[in-house]
Design a protein around this ligand. Structure first.
Ligand SMILES: Nc1ncnc2c1ncn2[C@@H]1O[C@H](COP(=O)(O)OP(=O)(O)OP(=O)(O)O)[C@@H](O)[C@H]1O
Ligand SMILES: [Mg+2]
Length: 264
């Protein structure tokens, strides 16, 4: 059985995609088989993985086929392999913007991803990670939360990001129909942390006070190397976990180790 993790938080530009990529690459480095799923029509994750439009079906068609009931029996048609990261993925592109009307047509519109990713084919992966779009009330994100075993929250080290956590957890608890969210959390990973700034330290301390051990002990520093890694015109583009000299990469690798060690 795969463990399915949604990387999500209702705030944009906080490092969701960087986190999905580096945690996926970190788990791969730990010898786990990983499938990354791009659920954002911006397609940033796909681009970092080296995706070039190839005329083959993307995550949009995967969803469309499940809702329409007219589907190929071969889920491998949707899988690409990133040579750069040596990881399988399912790409997204701007067509995904039209998927909300499709999802809305399903009798159980919250369970479409749940039905897809619990098919036998996907059980070959140890981990399936969803890179979610930023959204407040978004059917695709609800689907990802419903389907996932765990939620990984990248929390930018600034106050607005911290403030949006309670609402996000409430929503997740409603979807999971539970009063106790803890078993469903992979954790909160502080991103874009600057040791020198008061704001970063205050947010990290407040998070630890409110959420204790759910907070990863090693925050991801705010560094230019992370920006370079997401610039697909740059030769340094790609995950950072392989680079021993990368502080961002080592923080992500530490987080991946904790996730891999979580047996629940
Ligand atoms: N630790 C970091 N230090 C510096 N820059 C970072 C760090 N992590 C991410 N970034 C940069 O911040 C920007 C936003 O990151 P990313 O795309 O991962 O966020 P996101 O939450 O997925 O954004 P969106 O809401 O658009 O999906 C990118 O340019 C990325 O390179
Ligand atoms: Mg993103």
């Amino acid at each position: 059985m795969s463990k399915i993790i949604a990387v999500a938080i209702e705030k944009g530009g906080v490092g969701k995609t960087t986190t999905a990529l580096n945690i996926g690459a970190g788990l791969h480095l730990l010898k786990k088989s990983v499938l990354l799923v791009d659920l954002d029509q911006q397609g940033h994750l796909s681009r970092w993985l080296g995706y070039q439009p190839d005329g083959k079906p993307t995550v949009s068609e995967l969803i469309y086929q499940e809702v329409s009931g007219i589907r190929s029996n071969d889920d491998s048609l949707f899988i690409r392999h990133s040579d750069r990261e040596d990881i399988d993925y399912i790409p997204a592109n701007k067509m995904l913007g039209g998927i909300y009307a499709v999802l809305g047509n399903d009798g159980q519109s919250n369970t479409v991803l749940d039905r897809i990713f619990h098919r036998d084919f996907f059980s070959q992966y140890d981990y399936i990670l969803f890179d979610c779009p930023t959204a407040v009330d978004n059917l695709l994100v609800s689907n990802a939360l419903k389907c996932s075993d765990k939620l990984l929250l990248p929390v930018q080290a600034e106050k607005f990001a911290y403030d949006c956590i309670p609402q996000m957890l409430q929503r997740y608890m409603a979807i999971k129909q539970t009063q106790d969210v803890k078993p469903y959390l992979a954790g909160m990973l502080v991103t874009m942390y600057s040791r020198q700034t008061k704001m970063s330290n205050e947010v990290f301390a407040a998070l630890q006070e409110s959420y204790g051990s759910l907070v990863f002990s090693e925050p991801v520093p705010m560094l230019q190397e992370a920006r370079n890694s997401t610039d697909d015109d740059n030769a340094l583009c790609g995950s950072l976990v392989h680079r021993k000299s990368s502080r961002v990469g080592q923080a992500y690798l530490a987080a991946a180790k904790r996730i891999a060690g979580d047996k629940k």
